[in-house]
Design a protein around this ligand. Structure first.
Ligand code: AMP
Length: 430
């Protein structure tokens, strides 16, 4: 089946071909005809399934041609990154149509955004906060919107946008098409869908809450204080060239980034405290392989579209088990394959159990490789004194001898991480 068979007009099929897509993904096969027919849609689709094109392409077709006025299609997204990416896709897919896409989000100056709106816009992609702000100040006219998309609706609710979304929907004309995309279904999502969607076509492309089967997932059980050493070892010894690492906090992301750099891994952090410019830079450096590890918090990583991302690491497990599904969905996108590794400390055992309940199966536990434990740089100690330190680990009755890798500084003193119940403990070098 080709895109033309789905009823897309030549200008759109051409743009899709130029992107290199040959066959529509399952969500595209189901959603495109439904949206073209004017139906409301409720789609359970994870990120990476091709869902953006599944709604953007038929919306562009339905809008037909550019009109210099207020937006006629509105896409709401939870994060700035996702907004920017959806807008980029919309411009790409619409490049032969003359239709105009504008993106607005917070954290940057509003002036260029207001200016862009003034010059006429067909598709508006926005995060809820900035959108509501501009609409309430009458700098944005939503009265012409005839199609509204809630993208990653579950995430918008998680991020507390429900109030803003309700306010925004009130500003739209009653007669309109509504599309809702969500990776997971909670009661809140069902409630929102029940309230705003009219007789929707329900599309489910992957089993609910089930991560893509192509993702190879496993767990390392490791004490918290050893995680950074293990991670640096996995990256260096596995020759990983691109890995997205999730931490729980912004501070944790910064700290780990520094620690990875100290271990010779080029890394950058991406989180809500970073300026938009810093986030864009980190993402570009990552995509263009100038850095190996992108260390991200949950929220910042949402919506990142990195083609063929081979590795995702849960440096800390998420508190909400469904977030595990979102996180690992960053790999094995649109037909690729990937690996998702979780570093699980004894304190996280119950979080792991919750995740396994959602997945409905347990995650395989991999044997710990031998990894060198390097001394943490002391704030007052000269950097030159910090060297790679060998540690041996006993695991499952086997001895794992780890030594410094070639080209690294020779071992000096071991730093014993201390015992951890049911986990391998660091021992002095033998
Ligand atoms: P999304 O789920 O919309 O974030 O899309 C995930 C990735 O799949 C993006 O990098 C898209 O460019 C890509 N993609 C979307 N549709 C197709 C397709 N039909 N064939 C190949 N790749 C696609």
């Amino acid at each position: 089946m080709s895109f033309t068979h789905l009823g897309l007009k030549p200008e759109l099929s051409r743009a899709v071909a130029e992107k290199g897509y040959v066959t529509p993904t399952p969500i595209q096969r189901e959603a495109i005809p439904a949206v073209l027919a004017g139906r409301d849609v409720l789609a359970g689709a994870q990120t990476g399934t091709g869902k953006t094109a599944a709604f953007v392409l038929p919306i562009l077709q339905n809008l037909a041609s550019h009109q210099a006025g207020a937006p006629r299609a509105l896409v709401l997204t939870p994060t700035r990154e996702l907004a920017a990416q959806v807008a980029e896709s919309s411009r790409d897919y619409g490049r032969h149509t003359g239709l105009r896409t504008v993106v607005i989000f917070g954290g940057v100056s509003e002036k260029p955004q207001i200016e862009a709106l003034r010059t006429g816009c067909d598709v508006l992609v926005a995060t809820p906060g900035r959108l509501l702000d501009l609409a309430q100040r009458r700098l944005l006219d939503l009265s012409q919107v005839r199609c509204c998309v809630l993208d990653e609706a579950d995430r918008m609710l998680d991020m507390g946008f429900i109030h803003a979304i309700r306010q925004i929907l009130k500003l739209l004309p009653r007669e309109r098409q509504n599309l809702m995309f969500s990776a997971t279904y909670s009661e809140d999502i069902r409630e929102l869908a029940g309230r705003y969607l009219r007789n929707p076509v329900a599309i489910e492309v992957a089993a609910r809450n089930a991560p893509a089967e192509r993702i190879e997932q496993h767990v390392y059980r490791v004490p918290q204080e050893h995680k950074r050493h293990l991670l640096a070892h996995l990256i260096n010894s596995g020759n990983w060239h691109q890995v997205l690492v999730f931490t729980r906090t912004k501070h944790g992301a910064n700290r780990l980034t520094q620690q990875l750099e100290d271990s010779g891994v080029r890394a950058a952090a991406i989180h809500g405290n970073k300026s938009q410019a810093a986030r864009v830079r980190a993402l570009t450096d990552f995509k263009e392989n100038r850095i190996t590890a992108l260390v991200a918090t949950e929220v910042a990583a949402r919506g990142l579209d990195i083609k063929e991302l081979p590795h995702v690491v849960n440096y800390e497990l998420p508190n909400v088990p469904e977030d595990y599904v979102h996180r690992i969905g960053r790999t094995a996108r649109a037909g690729g394959s990937g690996s998702a590794v979780s570093l699980v400390s004894p304190e996280e055992a119950s979080l792991l159990r919750e995740i396994e309940k959602v997945l409905r199966h347990s995650l395989p536990v991999a044997a710990l490789p031998a990894y060198p434990v390097t001394a943490a740089p002391a704030a007052h100690a000269p950097r030159a004194r910090v060297g790679a330190v060998a540690a041996a680990h006993r695991h499952d009755g086997r001895r794992w001898q780890a030594g410094p890798r070639p080209g690294r500084r020779p071992p000096s003193r071991s730093r014993d991480a201390g015992p951890s119940a049911s986990f391998p403990r660091a021992r002095r070098p033998v």
